[in-house]
Design a protein around this ligand. Sequence first.
Ligand code: SAM
Length: 277
Amino acid sequence: THFGFREVPEEQKETLVGSVFSSVASSYDVMNDAMSLGIHRLWKDSFVSSMLPKLPPSLHQNPGTTPVATREQFRCLDVAGGTGDIALRILDRAREKFGSRDIQVEIVDLNQGMLDEGRKRVAKTLYYNTPQITFTHGNAQSLPSHIADNSIDLYTIAFGIRNCTSLPAVLSEAHRVLKPGGKIGVLEFGKVSNPLFKEIYRQYSFQFIPIMGKILAGDSESYQYLVESIERFPSQPEFAQLMRNAGFQTGQLREGKGGAWTDYTNGIATAWTGVKA
Ligand code: SAM
């Protein structure tokens, strides 16, 4: 059976996305490792390092000299943040690399099951019961109303935007809540350019992934859907253009240094970045 969004009426799409992620929430982290052979970890590490090359100096001088409550906080929003893969990397990087814990990440996700898994996971970290990490149920296309305009320093969305009904709605919400000068990073599956590698990847995704989904999660349809949603997502330059249309400044419409995006593993994954002017 085909499970593609093309055959699904728009109003049912969010319900469908909800049920896809509910049925995989508990096995989600294991499946990610299995499907990507662990490589998603490297993509996420690179993505987070590139989004957080440094912290503003005010945030990592003489920690402990001012009461935490009055110190300026670096505010991140990790949308479609699921079980916290990106959020925890952001906090770890700030702490390990810059010695800063004056940074907060709010995870927003549409699926309660994923948020619950995330909370369980955070309970095993040193961020448990601190204001550094919070979980909010909400939709990327119309962010919860407590998140004010011009309030966020860094907005990330990793492997979540392709499930959204309207990419322009997600991007315009991101633009609205970011501070002027704030950064957006979108990590998502891209298009592979090398023809030989592309063919291998196609075989892998259409044959291996649904079978693995069936074996490991007892569910091939959800994984069939994931593969199809990757195929439907815009190409690297198309998505960069959507970011510009939403008002973001990006690099040039090309890959690499000075460009609007960076490909990982030949474009299997891509990180697009932009700045709110
Ligand atoms: N960012 C995490 C990561 O990289 O591991 C999770 C990615 S997971 C593949 C996609 C997530 O997007 C799911 O947790 C799903 O519930 C969430 N999601 C899908 N549509 C959404 C929407 N419109 N708003 C917020 N979250 C959404």
